[in-house]
Write a protein that binds this ligand. Structure first.
Ligand code: ATP
Length: 233
């Protein structure tokens, strides 16, 4: 579904990604794990068209997207749930969800809203509440629900567990597992490597802008270098 080859990207004079290649197949959950600053978010931003590739290629469903503007990439079926949630703080929960589906022209949006309120029951009684007044965990659920409102083929999550209490992190993990079980393809970036590797069918380890290891989530969970560097045992 997604084929990234020899991708180079960076900011100003500095290259952050030094030619990385990775794939995401339909209905897979693929994780990029690695330390702070390794370039994980930059890789995601390139896929979404928010940072331009300096070299290499990005193909989605067989077509190059590395020169396609971000808003057109969303229309092709790639949606990002951004790091730090970035809900529209002054808009209500319902308005945030409608924004997630703003480019849709079909008549199923009302049904999807209902389904999302069923999936995230804490959001239903808060539908008219300003999103900025929600707790961090509720905002994360809203950011995930907003991403799903676009009915993405590929849903990208950037650090969904960041800054959340352990109980909420468990809820995020269960939610992502459910999204994957529903057939949505997932690309996940996480510093919480143990969570990411539990969820991932396959994963790539990124170090200083290079992919240094790849394997199934299960293989990497027991890989000595990964467990020492990222899992803390
Ligand atoms: P984190 O978990 O901290 O987000 P990461 O692996 O996702 O880590 P990136 O956010 O991709 O890493 O950052 C990679 C490098 O690029 C870092 O050195 C970071 O300081 C730098 N960087 C990220 N965004 C920008 C930007 N907008 N302008 C300049 N440098 C940036």
């Amino acid at each position: 579904m997604l084929t990234v080859r020899e991708l180079r990207a960076g900011y100003g004079n500095v290259d952050v990604l030094h030619g990385i290649s990775f794939d995401v197949r339909p209905a897979e959950c693929v994780a990029l794990v690695g330390a702070n600053g390794a370039g994980k978010s930059t890789a995601l931003r390139c896929v979404c068209g928010l940072v331009r590739a300096r070299a290499g290629s990005i193909e989605f469903e067989g077509a190059r997207i590395d020169h396609v503007p971000g808003h057109r990439i969303v229309r092709r079926g790639i949606t990002m749930c951004p790091e730090g949630r970035q809900v529209f703080a002054d808009m209500s929960v319902l308005e945030n969800l409608r924004m997630g589906g703003h480019m849709r022209r079909d008549r199923d949006q009302r049904r999807d809203l209902e389904a999302l309120f069923d999936m995230f029951p804490a959001l239903r009684p808060r539908a008219r509440q300003r999103a900025g007044t929600l707790s961090g965990g509720e905002q994360e659920m809203l950011a995930i629900a907003r991403a799903l409102m676009s009915r993405p083929k590929l849903c990208i999550f950037d650090e969904p567990s960041l800054g959340l209490a352990p109980k909420i992190v468990d809820e995020v993990e269960r939610t992502l597992a459910r999204i994957k079980a529903n057939g949505t393809t997932v690309l996940l970036v996480e510093q919480n490597a143990s969570m990411a590797l539990r969820l991932a069918d396959r994963a790539y380890v990124l170090e200083a802008g290079n992919i240094v290891l790849e394997g199934s989530g299960q293989e990497l969970q027991t890989h000595p270098e990964v467990s020492k560097a990222y899992l803390g045992y």
